[in-house]
Design a protein around this ligand. Structure first.
Ligand SMILES: Cc1cc2nc3c(=O)[nH]c(=O)nc-3n(C[C@H](O)[C@H](O)[C@H](O)COP(=O)(O)OP(=O)(O)OC[C@H]3O[C@@H](n4cnc5c(N)ncnc54)[C@H](O)[C@@H]3O)c2cc1C
Length: 384
């Protein structure tokens, strides 16, 4: 039964808000989710769609592993674009191989399924890879990928069909929340009023509309990432999430669990890439196009505008050149390029309880497609 006073109102229609809605609905709560745009266009649709717990550390690994189960259980009921083709990290030199072996030891202790692959195994699965680049790899067979642009829309449709207590409204920008002791009144820019017992704000990287001064002092940062997509390439078959040498030198799990991580030298040819926060990942979409990225530039949470709106062609050229070291990649194959943004926090996520009934959860950083489903489950348990 839909009522006029919701148990939970969620501000934000991205992956983090949506999985909070999903878990609240699973608990039998009545949920209203409000998204300012006509459909989500934030971090949740601009990313790779790699669901890679293997790159995460601590509780975030556990949230990612739980997310694998959640995505697959939903996919069994409706196609939300989840594919199980695994993730592979390809080492390009002996130092990266050493780090891979150390990660394998860590995951052996944890009992997380993986395989160390020889150069020959990698080249036999991915004949397009350059023979000189590939040294060895680590493969995680149970990891997933999704098609970000369609996945969130499909997930919203799935939830609307499954839960009668779910209301989703796009094109609704929330400009104020007022805690009136027994209920919260939430107001949109069209002056609509919604009443709820609790409000959860999952606003991604939008910090200028609600609680401006709270976010000013929060320690949030925004990262701008450049991404490219090729035209469909029928001659290339790249199943799964492909992560490469610079990712091995960047992701948290390697940093946290591999003793050599801090001491391996940085080859000269990596320096300009590292200065631009570049590591190369590939994911082939279901239409055969390949998504390639990414780079990182940073600004304070309230200074998004300083990151600019343009795509820097020099950064794209650096990424294409490094991608071409890994497999043949030509500038003329690129059909589009975009900037994506996400917010991040030194505590891995920002959790603020503005009042006992108004809560903020944002700043999940570069791990939201992987960890949101698992994180939101325990977050809802704590809130209710
Ligand atoms: C280029 C790129 C590549 C990435 N690749 C991966 C990857 O492969 N794997 C992975 O795990 N993660 C990846 N990430 C990270 C992941 O995309 C993010 O962590 C995740 O999407 C964050 O979700 P969110 O819901 O917090 O934010 P968002 O998706 O930005 O959603 C927030 C929503 O809130 C809405 N909103 C804000 N304020 C209001 C308001 N006042 N009223 C109403 N609505 C409001 C916004 O319109 C927005 O739709 C990547 C990110 C980028 C940018």
């Amino acid at each position: 039964m839909k009522t006029d006073t919701y148990d939970l109102i969620i501000v934000g229609g991205g992956i983090l808000g949506t999985f909070h809605a999903y878990h609240a609905l699973q608990k039998g709560l009545c949920v209203l989710q409000l998204e300012k745009d006509n459909f989500p266009v934030g971090s949740t649709v601009r990313n790779f769609g790699q669901v890679v717990p293997s790159g995460m550390a601590g509780e975030w690994f556990d949230y990612g592993v739980r997310a694998l189960e959640i995505y697959q259980s939903i996919q069994k009921e409706m196609d939300i674009s989840v594919r199980n083709n695994g993730s592979i990290y390809i080492a390009s030199d002996n130092d990266e191989v050493q780090v891979l072996h150390e990660l394998s030891k860590h995951y052996q202790t944890k009992g997380y399924q993986h395989e160390l692959w020889s150069k020959e195994q990698v080249l036999s699965k991915y004949p397009v890879m350059n023979v000189d680049y590939v040294k060895e790899a680590i493969f995680f067979p149970q990891e997933l990928s999704v098609e970000p642009e369609s996945m969130i829309r499909q997930l919203h449709i799935y939830m609307q069909n499954k839960f009668s207590d779910y209301t989703l409204k796009y094109d609704t920008t929330i400009v104020a929340c007022e805690d009136k002791n027994d209920t919260i009144s939430v107001v949109s820019s069209k002056l609509e009023h919604f009443e709820g017992k609790k409000v959860l704000i999952c606003n991604g990287y939008e910090f200028k509309i609600l609680y401006r001064s709270l976010f000013d002092d929060s320690g949030l940062e925004i990262s701008k990432l450049q991404m490219m997509r090729t035209k469909p390439l029928a001659h290339i078959h790249l199943p799964g999430n492909i992560l490469t040498g610079l990712t091995i030198r960047r992701y948290e799990s390697f940093e946290e669990y591999c003793p050599s991580f801090q001491t391996i030298p940085m080859p000269d040819h990596y320096r300009e890439l590292r200065d631009n926060g570049i590591h190369i990942l590939f994911k082939q979409a279901s239409d055969g196009s390949i998504i390639i990225g990414d780079s990182h530039e940073y600004a304070a949470g309230n200074r998004l505008d300083e990151l600019g709106f343009s795509v820097n062609s020099h950064i794209n050229e650096l990424m294409i050149a490094e991608a071409n070291r890994i497999m043949p990649m030509k500038s003329e194959w690129i059909s589009s390029s975009w900037a994506g943004y996400y917010s991040q926090h030194k505590d891995h996520i920002l959790e603020i309880d503005v009042t006992p009934r108004i809560h903020v959860r944002t700043g999940i950083g570069g791990k939201g497609m992987t960890a949101s489903a698992g994180y939101a489950e325990q977050s809802i348990e704590k809130l209710f």
